[in-house]
Design a protein around this ligand. Structure first.
Ligand SMILES: Nc1nc2c(ncn2[C@@H]2O[C@H](COP(=O)(O)OP(=O)(O)OP(=O)(O)O)[C@@H](O)[C@H]2O)c(=O)[nH]1
Ligand SMILES: [Mg+2]
Length: 238
C-alpha cells in the first residue's frame, strides 16, 4: 500500500531530521514522507531539501504564500493524493507523536477509514504537560464534542491515519481553517460523511525542542471556527 506521512512544519530545525530518520527506520514498504514547510525562517526546509536529494521518498513541499498550519495541511494532503497515496498519516514534527505507532495505525486502518492516535482512551498517556495545559485541552475537547456532535474521545489529535477515500470525499479545496482548527474541521467533515473512525492509545510527549505555535490567539480562533462549522452545518453549508 502506497503510504504517505504528511508533516506540516514551521521552525522545526531541531526536530525534523531526527523525526524523518525515525520514520525511515521503521522500514515500512512503499512509504513516502512529505513535509509541508512554510518557508521557515530557521531554515527547516533546507534540511528537508538535503535529505530529499539523497532519498527520493522524502519530499519537500515549500510554501511561500497563504501560510498557516491549516493551509499547509490542506496542501500536504493534496500533494499526497496527487502522488497516488492510498493511506495518509498526518503528524506533528515536534516529537509529540512517536513514529513507532505508525505500523499499528496502518494495521487498524483495516478496520476503519480513519484512525486517531488518541490521548483519551484506555492505555493512553500524556507526558510532560502542565496541569493548566491539560485542563485547557480537556475543556476544549468537551466543547468540540458537544458542539459538533462527535463521538470520538480525542478531537484534538493531529496524529492520525486516513484511507485515501476520506480525503477525497471531504473536499480539501473547501476547507475553511487556515490555522490549527483544520484538525477539528477535517475530523468533523469525515464524521459527517459517515466514515468509520477508531482511536488507538498513544503516549503523547510534550515537545522538548523548538517552540509551540499554539498560543491564545490560535486557541480563540479555533473555538470560533468550531462555532462557524456548527453554524454552517445548521444552514446546510456543509
Ligand atoms: N507549515 C506550517 N506548519 C505549522 C504552522 N504552525 C504550526 N505548524 C506545525 O504544525 C505542527 C503542530 O504545531 P505545534 O506548534 O506543535 O502546535 P500543537 O502541537 O498544536 O501545540 P503544542 O501542543 O503546544 O505543541 C508542528 O509540526 C508545527 O511545526 C504553520 O503556520 N505552517
Ligand atoms: Mg505540538
Amino acid at each position: 500500500m502506497k503510504t504517505f506521512v504528511m508533516i506540516p512544519t514551521y521552525n522545526e530545525k531541531e526536530n525534523i531530521k531526527n523525526l524523518i530518520d525515525r520514520i525511515l527506520k521503521l522500514r515500512i514498504k512503499n512509504l513516502h514522507i512529505v513535509v509541508a514547510d512554510d518557508n521557515s525562517p530557521d531554515g527547516t526546509w533546507k534540511i528537508i531539501q538535503q535529505i530529499s536529494k539523497k532519498n527520493k521518498n522524502v519530499h519537500l513541499l515549500l510554501r511561500k504564500k497563504d501560510k498557516g498550519r491549516g493551509s499547509a495541511g490542506r496542501d500536504g494532503f493534496i500533494y499526497c493524493l496527487r502522488h497516488g497515496a492510498e493511506a495518509i498519516v498526518e503528524m506533528d514534527a515536534d516529537m509529540s507523536h512517536d513514529p513507532k505507532y505508525i505500523p499499528s495505525m496502518l494495521e487498524e486502518l483495516k478496520n476503519a477509514d480513519l484512525v486517531l492516535g488518541s490521548r483519551r482512551v484506555e492505555g493512553s498517556k500524556e507526558i510532560g504537560r502542565s496541569l493548566i495545559r491539560k485542563i485547557v485541552t480537556h475543556f476544549a475537547n468537551m466543547y468540540i464534542r458537544l458542539m459538533l456532535g462527535l463521538k470520538v474521545k480525542d478531537c484534538n489529535s493531529g496524529f492520525r491515519c486516513f484511507k485515501r477515500k476520506v480525503l477525497e470525499k471531504i473536499n480539501l479545496d473547501k476547507l475553511e481553517s487556515k490555522g490549527p482548527a483544520i484538525v477539528q474541521e477535517v475530523l468533523f467533515k469525515a464524521h459527517l460523511k459517515g466514515f468509520k473512525i477508531r482511536e488507538i492509545p498513544i503516549t503523547f510527549v510534550d515537545r522538548t525542542k523548538g517552540y509551540s505555535k499554539l498560543g491564545i490567539p490560535q486557541l480563540a480562533a479555533g473555538y470560533f471556527m468550531v462555532l462557524k462549522l456548527k453554524f454552517l452545518k445548521l444552514i446546510g453549508g456543509i
